[in-house]
Write a protein that binds this ligand. Structure first.
Ligand SMILES: Nc1nc2c(c(=O)[nH]1)N[C@H]1C(S)=C(S)[C@@H](COP(=O)(O)OP(=O)(O)OC[C@H]3O[C@@H](n4cnc5c(=O)[nH]c(N)nc54)[C@H](O)[C@@H]3O)O[C@H]1N2
Ligand SMILES: Nc1nc2c(c(=O)[nH]1)N[C@H]1C(S)=C(S)[C@@H](COP(=O)(O)OP(=O)(O)OC[C@H]3O[C@@H](n4cnc5c(=O)[nH]c(N)nc54)[C@H](O)[C@@H]3O)O[C@H]1N2
Ligand code: SF4
Ligand SMILES: [Mo]
Length: 768
């Protein structure tokens, strides 16, 4: 076959927050090459192994191509008509009998990468009218949203390091060399960090493990897991104690500085040092360094969020950036300006409604609602506990909480007790195996792409669009069509209802509400579009760079962004200062000392003297893995065994553990003991007293269709963790710093072979 028949497609990778632009070569309807798109204005050719794995994902024989219906305990392929008929038969009746809250929604990480899901899941939730909405946000970054909401008036107003101009970057509880960044869209972090160093700047990493990012850093400090809020409070205390607190240009906009000063009084560097496992002098030096470097910022991520004081830590990060004059300044922590869909670019500038937390509470433990959802750690108990409002049916959308949420075994049992469960997913996996009906999503290569969330978190402003690489298989709807139809069918519509008609009706209604007299023109101008494309065109045109439907002819619209795809998209320039216009607080100011957080500081002060546990567990990510669902792809599954427990050699000696042998990690919980068995790897990269185990493994359950992943299943870290623990303000799960015991469990019976290299691949880790 001659290369002249090859076609080249440009496509943003939907797999992680880096949003790399890819160049995909197709021959005879098959992907023959994937590489970074060198001309991409945002990612400049960067790619990681997961981007390459999109080919394997597209071709994975285990990826679902038809709906599945469970009959007599087994999932069988079904037609779409059969699947819709089954949903229509069961879901509306359940709602009618038990009320709106009886049907719950759970959405996962991939939905943040898919505009079709992001635009329709809120509609589904609204149609169902249920309070029982759960997402992976409460396993991840909810503390960050709460801190942003309270400070700046909107959940998504999250400052990110202006790395291109920084001279100092302090990274806390994040490993962007491996994760490729989170709540910060920054492809090729390594290259950008090296450029920072080349111009004389410094990278400092604070992490209980000497990570891949720490290896790149100028300085690395260990910190005791869960102690971030204490470290940060100690740094704030130092700023005040040494007269270094100075918000610079923001002074006139910020209230509550004295209240912060009073609230951090118990947290001198000396007082917090033991809790942090860091010398007091180091804590003071970090504060001085941040204050004394004109272009600097502190960036913190999941390690600082998934803990008992997660919101407190997230808030203190911003307090530090503000009090050192680094918020909203070049080289500091800045707010990106997205071209579309950003609430902090729409409506009146500089003022808004602020955010409300806890408008209602979860039924069983009384957890506050945040951003319209309840904590994922409440899901199992809300299914199990009888009474009005009990969850009897569940819709999961791109989520695998049986592996990704703490106490997965409890959740799995709860899922089995549901009267009905529907999943929109690409696999029959640990979670969807409980579903009565599984609706398959299209392959990502069959989907258009425009990132809704990540341009609000990007290292540089940009607008990039990808058309689908392949047409969808006959009969396969786009995910947005499936979700719109699900919203209708679940609430009683006939299963023959047409998703395109629903979309057209909703778009007309929305345009009429938003544009009033101008609605007919807007409808005409977008009549050739449907679904996310139509909403995107409207958002781009009315956005901060938009053409305002012709009033600003040089501005953006969908056609222009689409036309720029082969050239790598549209660069919208470096980050610019955005305060005060970005604020959506009710008074148009930044209240630095929200009551809820001052109270959290008081709670932390009471906890300051808590003695450290001898051994605690933390998580870990690997470049060739993505949460729980990419272990079935050959290009990622190959190579060394990854689900290992890293411990310091001193701990191994103390506990009688041997490199390469098995260890049992165990905990006593109020519900009884829990344990997993994992292979030991000894390394001085670990802080003594800390063991690191990756999450997302444990592919050894029956009834799944994940052939390759099942060959090296690994153990489920979350089987060990607790759904009773959470950060009280955000409801975020505690996934880090949990006390465990570790005991020798004998030799690894068979070496963990690479399943892609040989036929026989043994199971090496089992879940107790
Ligand atoms: N212990 C511990 N637990 C953790 C973490 C940790 O660090 N430590 N990290 C947490 C974090 S940050 C997150 S975000 C959560 C993730 O939690 P989840 O979102 O629940 O888990 P994922 O593993 O991302 O699972 C994604 C699901 O979406 C499906 N999927 C993939 N692509 C598509 C698609 O295009 N369409 C549809 N419809 N489905 C798709 C997959 O098959 C899988 O079922 O895990 C959390 N769990
Ligand atoms: N390759 C790969 N990339 C991914 C993912 C993946 O699974 N694999 N998942 C994606 C998702 S959903 C997310 S949310 C992002 C997350 O992106 P990151 O936030 O960068 O996540 P991690 O790599 O888990 O880094 C967290 C770091 O925190 C450290 N840590 C653990 N506990 C503590 C603590 O108490 N305090 C401090 N200071 N540090 C602690 C850990 O050792 C780890 O190095 O990554 C995304 N990218
Ligand atoms: S870094 Fe993330 S976005 Fe870039 S290729 Fe890898 S998985 Fe895709
Ligand atoms: Mo995440």
């Amino acid at each position: 076959m001659s290369a002249s028949t090859d076609t080249v497609h440009h496509r943003i990778c939907p797999l992680c927050e880096a949003c790399c632009g890819l160049e995909i070569t197709v021959r005879d309807q098959r992907v023959i090459g994937i590489r970074g798109h060198a001309a991409d204005v945002f990612s400049a050719g960067y790619i990681c192994p997961k981007g390459v794995a999109l080919k394997d994902l597209h071709e994975d024989p285990d990826r679902l191509r038809t709906p599945m219906i469970r009959r007599n305990g087994r999932h069988e392929p079904a037609t779409w008509d059969e699947a819709w008929a089954e949903i229509a038969r069961r879901l509306p009746a359940l709602r009618a009998a038990h009320g709106r809250d009886a049907v719950a929604l759970a959405a996962g990480n991939p939905s943040a990468h898919k505009i079709g899901l992001q635009l329709t899941i809120p509609r589904l939730a609204k149609a169902l009218g249920t309070r029982n909405v759960y997402t992976a946000s409460t396993l991840d970054q909810m503390p960050r949203h709460v801190a942003s909401g309270l400070l700046y008036g909107h959940w998504m107003s999250v400052p990110v390091p202006d790395i291109a101009r920084a001279d100092l970057l302090i990274v806390l509880g994040a490993n962007p060399v491996v994760s490729n960044g989170s709540m910060w869209t920054v492809p090729d972090f390594r290259g950008k960090a090296r450029a920072l160093q080349a111009r004389g700047g410094r990278l400092v990493v604070i992490d209980p493990r000497r990570t891949e990012t720490a290896a790149l850093a100028d300085t690395h400090h260990f910190i005791r897991p869960g102690a971030d809020a204490f470290l940060l409070a100690g740094m704030v205390h130092t700023l005040f104690a040494e007269g270094l607190a100075n918000p610079g240009g923001l002074a006139a906009l910020v209230d509550g500085i004295a209240a912060v000063q009073a609230a951090v009084a118990p947290f001198s560097a000396d007082a917090v040092a033991a809790r942090c496992g860091l010398p007091a002098d180091t804590i003071r030096a970090l504060a001085r360094d941040l204050a004394g470097t004109p272009r600097a910022s502190l960036y913190a991520r999941i390690g600082s969020c998934t803990q008992e004081f997660g919101t407190l830590a997230s808030w203190l990060v911003d307090v530090l950036n503000i009090l050192t004059g680094h918020l909203d300044t070049p080289g500091g922590a800045m707010f990106p300006q997205a071209a579309a869909f950003a609430a902090n670019t729409s409506g009146p500038a500089g003022r808004g409604r602020g955010v409300a937390l806890g408008r209602h509470r979860s039924r069983v433990r009384g957890a506050p609602e945040v951003m319209g959802e309840f904590p994922m750690v409440c899901l199992a108990e809300e299914i199990e506990t009888p009474g009005p409002g009990q969850i009897r049916a569940l819709i999961t959308l791109a989520t695998n909480p049986v592996l990704s949420a703490p106490n997965g075994a409890r959740l799995a049992a709860a899922l089995d007790s549901l009267e009905f469960m529907v999943s929109l997913d690409i696999y029959l996996n640990e979670t969807t195996r409980h579903a009565d009906v599984i609706l398959p999503a299209a392959s990502p290569l069959e989907d258009m792409h425009y990132d809704l969330a990540f341009p609000q978190l990007s290292w540089r402003n940009h607008a990039r669009y990808s058309p689908p690489v392949f047409p969808r298989a006959p009969g396969q709807p786009a995910e947005w069509q499936t979700v719109l139809k699900l919203a209708a069918v679940a609430t009683g519509a006939d299963p023959s209802v047409d998703a395109l008609a629903l979309d057209a009706a909703q778009a007309t209604q929305e345009v009429q509400q938003r544009f009033g007299d101008a609605a007919p023109q807007v409808l005409e101008a977008t009549a050739h579009l449907q679904g996310p494309d139509r909403l995107l065109d409207m958002a781009l045109r009315t956005g901060p760079y938009g053409d305002q439907f012709g009033r600003r002819p040089d501005g953006l619209n969908l056609a222009k962004v689409q036309a720029a795809t082969p050239a790598g998209g549209i660069d919208l320039g470096p980050l610019e200062p955005r305060l005060p216009a970005l604020l959506r607080t009710t008074d148009g100011r930044i209240g630095l000392a929200p009551d809820a957080l001052v109270e959290e500081l008081a709670r932390a002060a009471r906890d300051l003297a808590r003695a450290p546990a001898p051994l605690v567990v933390i998580g870990r990510r690997d470049v060739r893995s993505n949460n729980s669902w990419m272990h079935n792809l050959p290009v990622l599954a190959k190579g060394p065994y990854r689900c290992t427990a890293l411990v310091h050699p001193d701990d191994a000696r103390r506990l009688g553990l041997t490199e390469g042998a098995l260890a049992q990690l165990r905990r006593d919980t109020p519900q009884g003991p829990r344990s997993i068995t994992v292979e030991v790897a000894c390394t001085t990269d670990m802080m003594p007293g800390v063991v690191s185990v990756p999450h997302g493994w444990g592919h050894d359950l029956p009834g799944m269709q994940l052939g390759l992943a099942a060959q090296r299943p690994g153990a489920n870290l979350n089987a060990l963790l607790d759904d009773t623990l959470c950060d009280p303000l955000s409801g975020n799960a505690v996934l880090s710093g949990v006390a465990v015991e570790m005991l020798p469990a004998g030799p690894a019976s068979v070496p963990p072979a690479d399943p892609t290299a040989s036929a026989a691949a043994p199971r090496t880790a089992v879940q107790a």
